[in-house]
Write a protein that binds this ligand. Structure first.
Ligand code: NIG
Ligand code: FE
Length: 385
């Protein structure tokens, strides 16, 4: 059987200007193998090998989680508990996870990553970016990326996550390793290069050196910036034509203007603010300025141990001034823009057959009913789960 008709859709959230949200009730989508073949009204639906009647449920594009750190061992639950008792988040715990990750076997890392990918998929994520960044040696970063590649084509070298303990006496020595031998060995397994550009991690010059090398090696560039305080991340990202600057919690007027005048996406990661008890980024301000906004989980054992895009949507609506439609769009089309993908994050003929059927009549319920498992079915690359 190759074609599948998803019929009797109560609300189809397309992200397609030609067939926008709520445009028609009783919509239908025809899927042929792993592609969307047709989108329209149930009354005109073509026949198919198989039909499922979703009985008025809402259907959306699969979520595109454009920022996740899934290759690691262990957890940092005690660090979370200490934060909830008043300790600040500094990123210092990253080195704890580096130690655990270096000691893990390939199979342990593969198993842990696979469990998180599956957990994300159950919550509607059909495209996920996975970063390295808990190995911080040439060998361990390559190993992390090789494992990440088993799960996604959206892989990112984050050798510049923090300066590992053995190089703190000379951070530039580590910058040379990342932009030299590490990049050379890892580029076969990575689409993107990322840097944590923040006080306590890498400064502007170091980040520029690393990202410029990544670009010269043929990788796309993105960076973590403006998470823990104001900083140069956004300006550097725009200067380098980065696909995305991620976090964007502390922005000046100049930062917002720079983003608005560029094609760089602002990727907001409210799971991190939730888990570090920090102020949320101002999604409303960015949208009003005309910036393309993405929402992602930042799933990692330190600052944001959630794989749930619905949770991030609820936070964006409740805490960041975004409407439910804006938040869903940021979690789908926004993520696709951050990954420079036109085949996902949209329900349009020709796109990849990645769809979510909700246990609800409207996308509004994702924020309206927080914490409730509303993902009834996930169609991923044409396969219904
Ligand atoms: O995106 N900010 C840097 N990296 C992660 C946190 C990693 C960790 O704490 O283990 C982030 O929040
Ligand atoms: Fe991150």
């Amino acid at each position: 059987m190759s074609s599948l008709l998803i019929d009797n859709i109560g609300e189809l959230f397309t992200n397609d200007e030609d067939f926008p949200l709520g445009h028609r009730r009783r919509a239908a989508v025809l899927v042929d193998r792993n592609r969307i073949a047709w989108v329209g009204s149930s009354y005109h639906a073509p026949s198919a090998d198989r039909r499922i009647d979703v009985d008025g449920a809402a259907v959306l594009p699969g979520f595109v989680d454009s920022h996740a750190h899934l290759v690691f061992a262990g957890d940092r639950a005690a660090e979370f508990a200490a934060r909830m008792a008043g300790e600040p988040y500094t990123g210092g715990g990253i080195r704890t996870t580096v130690g655990a990750t270096r000691s893990a076997t390939d199979d342990e890392l593969r198993g842990a990553t696979g469990r998180l990918v599956e957990e994300a998929r159950r919550q509607g994520t059909t495209t996920i970016e996975i970063k390295s960044g808990y190995g911080l040696t040439v060998e361990d970063e390559v190993r992390s990326l090789r494992i990440a590649r088993e799960f996604t084509e959206e892989t990112t070298l984050l050798g510049a996550h923090v300066v590992p303990a053995e190089h703190t006496d000379n951070p530039w020595r580590y910058v040379s390793i990342v932009s030299g031998p590490m990049l050379a060995a890892a580029k076969a397994y990575a689409k993107w290069m990322d840097v944590f550009c923040e006080r306590g991690a890498f400064d502007e010059d170091q980040a520029r050196t690393i990202l410029t090398a990544g670009r010269a090696a043929g990788l796309g560039v993105r960076l973590h910036g403006n998470q823990l305080g104001p900083g140069p991340g956004v300006q550097l990202g725009v200067e380098l034509g980065a696909a995305s600057v991620d976090h964007c919690t502390y922005l000046s007027e100049e930062d917002v203007d720079a983003l608005a005048g560029s094609s760089t996406v602002a990727t907001l990661l409210p799971g991190a603010e939730f888990s570090t008890r920090s102020p949320y980024p101002d999604g409303r301000r960015l949208l009003d300025a005309g910036v393309t906004v993405a929402l992602a989980t930042d799933c990692n054992p330190g600052s944001s141990y959630t794989s749930s895009m619905p949770f991030c949507i609820a936070l964006a609506v409740r805490e960041m001034g975004m409407t439910p439609a804006e938040a869903v769009r940021a979690a789908t089309a926004g993520g696709a823009a951050a990954l420079e993908r036109s085949d996902v994050g949209v329900v349009r003929a020709g796109g990849r057959a990645d769809l979510i059927v909700l246990d609800a009549p409207s996308h509004l319920h994702l924020a309206y009913r927080p914490g409730v498992p509303l993902i009834r079915n996930v169609l991923h690359d044409g396969v219904l789960r």
